[in-house]
Design a protein around this ligand. Structure first.
Ligand code: GTP
Ligand code: MG
Length: 203
C-alpha cells in the first residue's frame, strides 16, 4: 500500500470523543519507549507526524491520524509507565482499556515489543487481556536494528515458546526497525488486506 496522505486528526483522553466516523482503525500499543510513535512515522513516511522522545511517557493521549482519507491509525500512550498503579502492574491505564473495549471501529491492535528483551509479563498480560476481550492483535517486534539476525531469531523463538503455552497458534508477527525502515511493506500490506476484506464484506 502506498501512503498518499497522512493527517493528524485529533488528540483526546476520552474514547467517547474519538472521531465518530466508521472508518477502519488500527491502534499501536505497547510499553512506553518501545517505539510506537516512531513506527507510525516510519509507516507514513513522515519524520514527525507522531511525536517521539528518548524519554518514556511522551505520548499521553489517544491520537488519531487519517491515512489515505480512508482509514485511521491510532497512536496510544505506553503502558507500564508512571500512571500504572504500583500495587498492580496488571492495571493498565484506564483509558487505554476503555479505548480497546469500546472502540467498535478498531479492526486490529498491533502490540509492540522491543526485540531486545525477553518476554515480559506486562506484555504477555496485555495480550492475554486482548484475547479475553476478543480483540484481534498482531505483534510488532521493534528496534530490530539493535540485534544481529541470529539473536533476533532466538528472541522470537523465546516468544513463541511462551505464547504457545496460552495460545493455540503464534499470533501474526512482524519484525521492524523504524530507524532502518525494516518491515514497513509487510505491516502496510497487512492493513491493506484487512481494509480490502472489510470493503468486500460490506458490499
Ligand atoms: P511513549 O510515547 O513514551 O510511550 O513511547 P513510544 O513507544 O511512542 O516510543 P518512541 O517512538 O517515542 O521512541 C522511543 C525511543 O526509541 C526514541 O528515542 C526513538 O528514537 C527510539 N526508537 C524507536 N524506534 C526505534 C528503532 O527502530 N530503532 C532504534 N534504534 N531506536 C528506535
Ligand atoms: Mg509515543
Amino acid at each position: 500500500m502506498k501512503i498518499k496522505s497522512a493527517e493528524f486528526v485529533m488528540s483526546n483522553s476520552d474514547v467517547a470523543k474519538c472521531p465518530k466516523s466508521r472508518l477502519p482503525e488500527y491502534a499501536f500499543i505497547g510499553r512506553s519507549n518501545v517505539g510506537k510513535s516512531s513506527l507510525i512515522n516510519m509507516l507514513t513516511n513522515r519524520k514527525s507526524l507522531a511525536k517521539t522522545s528518548g524519554k518514556p511517557g511522551k505520548t499521553q493521549l489517544i491520537n488519531h491520524f487519517l491515512i489515505n482519507k480512508n482509514w485511521h491509525l491510532v497512536d496510544l500512550p505506553g503502558y507500564g509507565y508512571a500512571r500504572v498503579s504500583k500495587s498492580s502492574k496488571k492495571v493498565f491505564q484506564k483509558f487505554i482499556t476503555q479505548y480497546f473495549s469500546q472502540r467498535e471501529q478498531l479492526v486490529t491492535a498491533f502490540v509492540l515489543v522491543d526485540i531486545r528483551h525477553n518476554p515480559q509479563p506486562i506484555d504477555l498480560d496485555f495480550m492475554q487481556w486482548l484475547g479475553e476481550n476478543q480483540i484481534p492483535f498482531s505483534i510488532i517486534f521493534t528496534k530490530a536494528d539493535k540485534l544481529k539476525p541470529k539473536a533476533i531469531e532466538s528472541h522470537i523463538e523465546d516468544y513463541k515458546t511462551i505464547l504457545l503455552e496460552s495460545w493455540e497458534d503464534m499470533p501474526n508477527y512482524y519484525i521492524t526497525s523504524s530507524s532502518k525502515s525494516i518491515g514497513k511493506e509487510s505491516v502496510l500490506n497487512y492493513i491493506d488486506q484487512l481494509n480490502n476484506n472489510m470493503e468486500s464484506g460490506s458490499k
